[in-house]
Design a binder for this molecule. Structure first.
Ligand code: AP5
Length: 214
């Protein structure tokens, strides 16, 4: 099964993709995480991407399309995948359809997490992850059971993303409404769009998603 999660920064795409990954044994493919790995590795692509990401803008379509196409071909995607952060522009959505067609694959569910922009600022500026295993937390909405200790791996070091400051988040929200929101109409016109209430709490959103995909 192949799923696309759509929604603005902070909508919960990453949070829900990780839960769906466990529920359905399919792989989360986050283009943001892939780009951040390139930045951390100091690759040529990472150096170019960092500047764009720090400004809250989108990395060029050709880079992202090639990256996703290669990733889908890896053996760990054989049961399916959840696209988190891709596609993000109409050319990416069109290229994805063509690419999947060539590979003999298709998207089974496109799901939009519908949210309120202003609430996203609070969600994103409060977000942090375990530096060891990458588990996601939030100062208010998703705290570890024992303060300062990761529930998943016991790690005690955490980090925050460089682009998770209010100024950059506002640019990312603008980029979403200008360049990504139009693809919702693209999927609605193809009758393949489901919408869930992303303002509900994390468990409730997960329940809505499970009802669609299981
Ligand atoms: P990316 O990493 O994809 O960031 P994003 O789309 O801005 O999404 P986020 O990761 O910020 O939000 P999310 O929806 O995953 O929220 P989360 O679940 O963490 O992209 C980063 C950058 O890379 C882009 O700006 C761009 O430059 C580049 N890029 C990436 N893909 C690209 C592409 N295809 N084309 C071009 N450029 C690309 O939730 C946020 C917080 O809220 C968490 O702390 C969580 O605990 C909490 N939370 C989640 N759900 C709830 C809830 N229901 N109630 C309360 N709290 C909640």
């Amino acid at each position: 099964m192949n799923v696309i999660l759509l929604g603005p920064p902070g909508a919960g795409k990453g949070t829900q993709a990780k839960l769906l990954q466990e529920l359905c044994s399919i792989l989360q493919l986050s283009t943001g995480d892939m780009l951040r790995a390139e930045v951390a590795a100091g690759s040529v692509l990472g150096k170019r991407a960092k500047e764009v990401m720090d400004a809250g803008q989108l990395v060029s379509d050709d880079v992202l399309i090639g990256m996703i196409s290669n990733r889908i071909d890896q053996p760990d995607c054989v049961n399916g995948f959840i696209l988190d952060g891709f596609p993000r522009t109409t050319p990416q959505a069109e290229a994805l359809d063509q690419m999947l067609d060539v590979k003999g694959l298709k998207i089974d569910h496109v799901i939009e997490l519908s949210v309120d922009d202003e609430a996203m600022i609070k969600r994103i500026t409060g977000r942090y992850t375990c530096s060891k295993c990458g588990a996601g937390y939030h100062d208010e909405f998703q705290t570890p059971s024992v303060d300062g200790i990761c529930d998943k791996c016991g790690g005690n070091k955490f980090s925050r993303r460089e682009d998770d400051n209010e100024t950059t988040v506002r640019s990312r929200l603008r980029a979403y409404h200008e360049q990504t929101a139009p693809i919702i109409a693209y999927y609605r016109d193809n009758d393949s769009l489901d919408i869930v209430d992303g303002m509900a709490d994390i468990e409730q959103v997960a329940k809505q998603l499970a009802e669609i995909v299981v």
